[in-house]
Design a protein around this ligand. Sequence first.
Ligand SMILES: *Cc1c(COP(=O)(O)O)cnc(C)c1O
Length: 376
Amino acid sequence: MSETPLQFIDLAAQRARLGSAMDEAILAVVHHGGYILGPEVKQLEAELASYCGVSEAISCASGTDALLLPLMAWGVGPGDAVLVPTFTFAATAEVVALLGATPVFVDVDPITFNLDPTGLSGAIDAASKAGLRTVGIIAVDLFGHPAPYAPIEAFATEHGIWVLSDAAQSFGCTLDGRRAGKFGDVTATSFFPAKPLGCYGDGGAIFTNDAELAATMRSLRVHGQGKDKYDNVRIGVNARLDTIQAAVLLQKLSIFDDELVLRQEAADRYASGLGSLVTVPVLANGATSAWAQYTIQVESRDALAASLKAAGVPTNVYYPLPLHQQTAYRGFPRTDDVLPVSEKLSQQVLSLPMHPYLTGKDQNRVVAAVVAHLGS
Ligand SMILES: *Cc1c(COP(=O)(O)O)cnc(C)c1O
């Protein structure tokens, strides 16, 4: 008498809600034929900029490109060190290494999972010891929760370095009234389907108030083009967002604020059902989360995951290895041999189903399955 398994992220429920308006928006692009940098791309960029309260929003082909383009615009390269949290998705550090620069790994906070600012000065020392000049910090808003930007930005100002916010998971979150998009010198986000604001393929966007930097990134996005499209003025990439994806995002943006409310309601229900059994996520003062993931910490993680799976409750482990323990990233500098918080988190984190269309009934099923395994 096994019930249908729950969805980890239910994109079909959202698709049903968007209905024929989505079909029409996609078909409009198919018919007008402006597939590359068409009118929907410009409209989306204007709406995103106004949503975040910044002057410049630059759409691009993925969250990874949204991280890469600002680094290219700043001229990051060999000899440069960029400080990054080790407990994140690989793309955060990958873009640094791809440009020949060196990621330097910093541990994270055990409650928020985000970069621990007390590790930054040790990271500059580790970079210096390796003969590198520290040029910037990439802070990540893991699982949708904003990193502690006030101390990170103060540290960056003191050391004359930039801050890039990796808001791939946190579009829609706020910190002290500032929305993601206004964090650091530049904010990067992803529209991968499973992110809080996702399209129907790959996509991303970059936000800044720096008009000159924005112009450079727009040029880099199209092969480094100058005023004349066949006189390229710098070495760039092809990192444009497809017009069809912009059309999809415009539809999804119209229900996004409501979805954020629904995600918060789901997070509240989990906290009340599970708070006494496992370590549940806690928001920092002044922070709201976009709840890309709802991630608990539990010692017997793998056993709990197996038992939830048997009860039709899907889970995921983000991330089973911190970057400094992954094959491609092991050789890069870090503040200490052991980064204890991240190493422990990678053993204990478990992400539960989380999306705006999770009902109270679905969540009772998740809670009951956790209780059945751990005891009440
Ligand atoms: C998803 C993600 C990215 C990369 O985004 P893509 O759109 O998949 O390229 C970068 N950083 C973090 C933290 C992510 O979660």
